[in-house]
Structures are given as structure tokens and as C-alpha cells.
Ligand binder design. Sequence first.
Ligand code: BEZ
Length: 398
Amino acid sequence: MAQPADHHFDVIVVGGGAIGLSTGYHLGKRKAKTLVLEQFNFKNQLGSSAGVSRQYRIPYPEEYMVQMALDAQPYWDELQTLTPKTLLDKVGTLWFGDPAVHSTEGNIAEAEQALKALNVPYTSLTAKEIEAQYHFRNLPETYTGLFQADGASIDFRATIETLYQACERDPYTILQDESPVTAIEQDGKLFTVSTPKGVFTGEKLVLVPGPYIDGVINLLGFTIEATYWNMSSCYFKKTDPKIQYPTWFVFQNAIGSNGNQFYGFPGVDWDHPEYIRVAPDFVIDPLASPEQRTLVPNPQELAYTAAWVRDHMTGLDPTPYFTSTCLIALSKIPNKELLIDFAPPYVPNSQNIVVYATGWAAKFTPFLGKILTELALDGHSTFDISPFKLGYNYFKAI
Ligand code: BEZ
């Protein structure tokens, strides 16, 4: 990748995953001269943008998250106009399981309340109806569920490719790979960002390096309370070629110290078409830092997932065939999945440093780029970010 001839930018975006590319795209639309720095290669498999599919869903236990999912829809529609590939395959969201369980995704009853409050249509289901309509089996009678028809399987590879190409076409946005940021200095209102490929200056910073967030914000003298999950994923061969599932998530109590939540996708023609992806939504060993991750899925997590498929799904051979991993940072702050804010005020020039960190944000990709762009260029967003702000106790000085 050629190095930029010019070294001064309106905005420097640190992190070239889905959210960094989306921010580069939206900044380019606003004609802001933008540099997007990626420490590895663009479209790599080493951060939170790894893997090829994600779930777009509207059910959340918090009304503000339901609203965010609804607000994201027009931005997906806009991105869709840039590619002939279908980015969202609207197969619906099926949430089911023990209604008393609170998982990292929330709780079914609370999600129903939030959907009702915002007039989002959905259908309530009994265990027998879930089995009859969606090919699951052997579910405890006490399980309940909901189906929300606007949920979708995201072609995340196509999403990232579309954003990457849009940035490449944009005369205002420069993409630079193999550029880990090694230092950030400030001279008055100007940031100087050092990388092995060059030193760049910028008026504003947007920091979106996914699970590598701490390594970047430490350069500015602060840190974040996070845990890191190296999430495993598996593909199971269809024994019934016609079997189809929606995107789904099952809420169950953990067995001992191990997780017991699983989620899955429909079969798709763009990713292992003979297979269906099912994954655990837990890790047996959370990591203290991203450096501890390996690219090897945890065998016990794969075994639990295979047992779930064997016991509760139909039309699949319960042997995990293909596997993958994805590294994610999760906030340790209760009820704060996504952190969207400016740097804390003790950092000089904090109002010109925008940070997005932690959580599962793929479903918001095109919208989050827009929000971060508004924060960087306007100092505020038309979308209310107050539920996502950190509070100064949480960004700690180092
Ligand atoms: C989500 O919808 O946020 C999600 C689904 C499955 C695993 C993790 C997150």
C-alpha cells in the first residue's frame, strides 16, 4: 500500500476494522481529510472484525439499545446501495430459553418490555412452538421465546469489503496498513501520531482499535477496565440440505463455572454453503490482555457447542468441522456494553479525541461510523450517546 504523500490530516482514525473503515467512509462523505491507520493488514482476522457473519437484532433489554438498532437501519440501507451483495439477510431473530436467565445479551422478558415500549412487532413463543417452527428439539417445557422478523444475518465480510472500497474510492480518505501507533504527542491543539511507516499530524483523533484499545489509549495516559474474550465458532454439516434456521440465541443457566449460552446463523451461500454456524457465547478462560490470545479455539467450548447441537438441533451432523476465533474486549462496567465518549478531561485536548471501545457493535457498523464522525467534526452527535458515556471513574489515569 502506497504511503500518503501528505502528512497532515483533519482526522486520524486509529484502527482499520469495520468501525474504523465505517468512520473513514463517513468522514470522507463530510470531506474531512482523513487517515485510517491499521496496525496489521486491512480485512485481517486478528481483531473483533474477524469471521464472516454477525447478527443484526433489535431485541435488547434496554430501550436505548432497541432505539439504536432501529436507528441503524437506514445506514444499512444506504451502505447496501454501494454493493450488489446482500449485506443483511433478513431471516429474523429468535431468542429463546429460560425466561429467568440474564446473559451478556440480556433477558427475554426485559427485551419483550423494551420492544413493546418502542412498538416493535414480535411474536411470543412456547417451547413447543419453537420446536415445531424452528427445528430445535428436546427443549425444557419451561423455555419461552420471541421471534422478531427484522433480525438478520450480516454478511460481515461483504460489509467490510464495501466500506474498504468506499474509503479507497474517496479522495478525502487515505488507508494505511501495517501502521501500529507507537506514540501520540500533542503540541497545542495538534496531535502527532508516530507509526513505523511515518509520522502524521491531525486536528482530531478517533480511536477505534477494537480489542487493542488499551495499547492505544495508554499512549495518551489513560486506561480502560476490560476483559478479553477469544470467542470460538464452529460449523456443522447439514444432514438435511433443506434445513434452515433464523439467527438465534439461547439463554440458559451456566453449568458449573462454564457457560451455557449458544447462538447460531442460517446457512448461507457465501460461507461454507453446506454448513451451519453455531457458536458458544461464553469463554472458559477470559483473558487479561489481548496478547494472551491464540488463534486456536478452546476444545472444551467446541465440545459444549457440539453437545448442544447434538441434543437440541435437527438436520445437522454434530461434529464441529470448520472453526474460527474472534477477539473481543468487554467492558467490566455493569450495563455498559458499548463505550462511546471523548477522552477523559484530564487528557489535554480531550474534546478532540473520540473513543469507541468494547462490546458487540457489528450490527451498528454503518451507524457507529456516522456517530463517531459527528463527535469528531461537530463535537456532539445527533444520536444521544449519554447511555454510552464513561463517567470519569471508568477511564482511569495511568
Ligand atoms: C449480539 O447480538 O450482540 C451477539 C450475539 C451473539 C453473540 C454475541 C453477541
